[in-house]
Design a protein around this ligand. Structure first.
Ligand code: PGA
Length: 242
C-alpha cells in the first residue's frame, strides 16, 4: 500500500532554494507514495503555480484560527485552499513551544481547516522527561482528547496523526520503530474512540534514509513526517522512492 511521506521544510530554505528543490524533487520522484511538501507560506504560493506529478502534493506548516479577521501575520485555511494546498500541519511541537499554541487553539485551527476542506496532519508527542517517566500514553491521550474535541468528520475530511516524540525531533535520536508502532496502535485506538473514524498514523523525529524503511514496515504506521532529511534531495529521494 502506498505511504504518505511529508516533507516539513520549516523555515530552512529561501524562496529560491524552495522553488529549486520542489522542481528537482518533482522530476526525480519515482514512487507511488504520496509526497507532501510543506514549504514556508511565501514559497508555497509560488510553488503552487507550477505543474507537478499527481502524487506530488502541497501542504502548509500551519493555518490560522479563523478565516478572516484582524490577525496580523496569519494565513487562513481559505487562502491555502484557494492556491491548491491539500494538507496542513497543525500542532507541530515547534509551534506549541515558540508560538505557545495550546491544545484548545489547535482544536480551533483543526475545525477551521476542516471546514475549508484541508486535510489535517495533527502533530503530537511527549517530551524527554515524560518519555523517561513512562508518561507517553497519558500525554498522548490528553493531547488527542483536547485537540479532537467536538470534531465531526464528513465523508471527504481526513485527520492524520503525526506521532513525533519531541526528544526525537532534530536530535538524530529516532525512536525505535517497533516502539513507535506500539504507540501508533494506541493512538489509533484513542482517536477511534473520540472521532469514531479510523486514522492514519505517521512517525516523525530524526527520520533518515537509514531508518525510514524500518518505520514504513510497521503495521500501524502509514507514513513519515520528515524534517532535516527532507532538505537533502538525495536523502529524501531514498526515503520517498520505494
Ligand atoms: P526532523 O524533524 O526529521 O528533523 O527530526 C521532524 C519534524 O520536526 O517534523
Amino acid at each position: 500500500m502506498s505511504k504518505i511521506i511529508i516533507a516539513n521544510w520549516k523555515m530552512k530554505l529561501s524562496v529560491k532554494a524552495s522553488l529549486d528543490l520542489a522542481k528537482k524533487l518533482n522530476s526525480a520522484l519515482d514512487t507511488k507514495n504520496k509526497i507532501v511538501i510543506c514549504p514556508d507560506f511565501i514559497s508555497l504560493a509560488l510553488i503552487s503555480a507550477l505543474k507537478f506529478k499527481k502524487n506530488f502534493i502541497l501542504g502548509a506548516q500551519d493555518s490560522a484560527i479563523s478565516i478572516s479577521d484582524a490577525l496580523t501575520g496569519e494565513v487562513s485555511a481559505l487562502s491555502l485552499k484557494e492556491i491548491g494546498v491539500s494538507y496542513v500541519i497543525l500542532g507541530h511541537s515547534e509551534r506549541r513551544l515558540y508560538q505557545k499554541e495550546d491544545d484548545q487553539t489547535i482544536n480551533q485551527k483543526i475545525k477551521i481547516a476542516l471546514a475549508n476542506n484541508l486535510k489535517i496532519v495533527l502533530c503530537l508527542g511527549e517530551n524527554k522527561q515524560e518519555y523517561q517517566t513512562k508518561k507517553t500514553k497519558e500525554v498522548i491521550k490528553n493531547q488527542l482528547k483536547k485537540a479532537l474535541s467536538g470534531i465531526i468528520l464528513n465523508k471527504n475530511s481526513e485527520i492524520i496523526i503525526a506521532y513525533e516524540p519531541i526528544w526525537a525531533i532534530g536530535t538524530g535520536l529516532a525512536m525505535q520503530a517497533v516502539e513507535a508502532n506500539v504507540i501508533a496502535e494506541y493512538i489509533k485506538k484513542i482517536a477511534m474512540m473520540i472521532i469514531k473514524k479510523p486514522v492514519k498514523v505517521l512517525y516523525g523525529g530524526s527520520v533518515d534514509s537509514s531508518n525510514a524503511q524500518l518505520f514504513l514496515k510497521q503495521k500501524n504506521l502509514q507514513g513519515l513526517l520528515v524534517g532535516g532529511a527532507s532538505l537533502k534531495i538525495e536523502e529524501f529521494l531514498k526515503i520517498s522512492n520505494n
